[in-house]
Design a protein around this ligand. Structure first.
Ligand code: F6P
Length: 327
């Protein structure tokens, strides 16, 4: 057992639904195990400035259902410097903090890993991002909620698309990966799904849209992941299709940051609760520089370095299913 008496928790990088449920879980696990818990506001920025608040079981009442993060979040340039990290270390020591749990994505984990190497400070990661792009876990916190948000939005777009016989390009988040686009695309019955991992090419997209029109469809939805490279951007793609296939009246809808908000799904709440417990227990067992993930519904620990460097793979089976569904 490690001699850990005080654990800090914070959220970092882009927020995601389920972060509050994870904060709640870390705080309550500490209370249960009679360990002091400190909340750090604004991620590494607040760590550098000493923006700390003691948390007890009651500090996290009524937050399991809330989107965003009560501890706020930030992307911090200063923490990328040695001086910034030294300031942060001094603040943690002054407060008597023995270890921290960071809830965030790969940028946040990279910071934690470097910090651990420099100061031998125990750190534990919980993956929170709607992009689901972290190696070592099948699901990140917020992904399931974001999927439901996207599918609900596309269902609404479908109503207006079919009323006007229109083709809609819908952009969803995912600057590097297409997990959100692919899963939401299958769930919402999209005609085509454009993701960075598989460049379909503009000509093949056009062929596919022509085929679907010939097969009797009068409206269509094409989901485009933010990081897709089929066109320069979604608007250029729209212009290209309009010019080369004038049969369709085309519109663009960029869903944007609404995908990151909203009350977390039950799945994300349960996952967050489980991960928070495991993160605190792992620190007390003397483990460090690991990320708590879930694979085949089992909680597993992966070295943070592997989580950062590993690549998540797109589900090829889903691409095949989508192709069959759009016959
Ligand atoms: O959280 C990850 C992510 O949602 C990406 O998919 C997206 O590109 C990015 O965040 C947007 O970040 P920001 O809020 O800084 O604009």
């Amino acid at each position: 057992m490690a001699n850990i008496k005080k654990i800090a928790v914070f959220t970092s990088g882009g927020d995601s639904p389920g972060m509050n449920a994870a904060i709640r879980s870390v705080v309550r696990t500490c209370a249960y195990l009679k360990i002091d818990c400190i909340g750090i506001y604004r991620g590494y920025e607040g760590m550098i400035e000493g923006d700390f608040k003691p948390m007890n079981a009651r500090s996290v009442n009524n937050i399991i259902n809330k989107g965003g993060t009560i501890l706020k979040s930030a992307r911090c340039a200063e923490f990328r410097t040695k001086e910034g990290r030294e300031k942060a270390y001094r603040q943690l020591r002054a407060e008597g903090i023995d270890a921290f749990v960071v809830i965030g994505g790969d940028g946040s984990f990279t910071g934690a890993m470097i910090f651990n190497k420099e100061f031998n400070f125990p750190v534990m990661g919980i993956p929170g991002t709607i992009d689901n792009d972290i190696f070592g876990t099948t699901f990140t916190l917020g992904f399931d909620t974001a999927l439901n948000t996207v599918v609900e939005a596309i269902d609404k777009i479908r109503d207006t698309a079919s009323s006007h016989n229109r083709l809609f390009f819908v952009e969803v988040m995912g600057r590097d990966v297409g997990h959100l686009a692919l899963n939401a695309g299958v769930g919402a019955g999209a005609e085509e799904i454009l993701i960075p991992e598989e460049n379909l090419g503009r000509e093949r997209l056009l062929e596919s849209l022509k085929r679907s029109k010939l097969s009797g469809k009068s409206s269509s939805i094409v989901i485009v992941a933010e990081g897709d490279k089929t066109g320069k951007n979604i608007f250029e793609l729209k212009d290209y299709v309009e010019e080369n296939f004038p049969d369709y009246d085309v519109r663009v809808s960029v869903l944007g940051h609404m995908q990151r908000g909203g009350s977390p799904s039950c799945y994300d709440r349960v996952l967050a609760s489980r991960m928070g417990v495991r993160a605190v227990e792992a620190l007390l067992e003397g483990k460090s520089t690991m990320m708590v993930g879930t694979i085949a519904n089992e909680l597993i620990l992966t070295p943070i370095e592997k989580a950062i460097k590993g690549h998540t793979k797109i589900d090829k089976e889903l691409i095949r299913v989508s192709d069959i569904m759009t016959v």
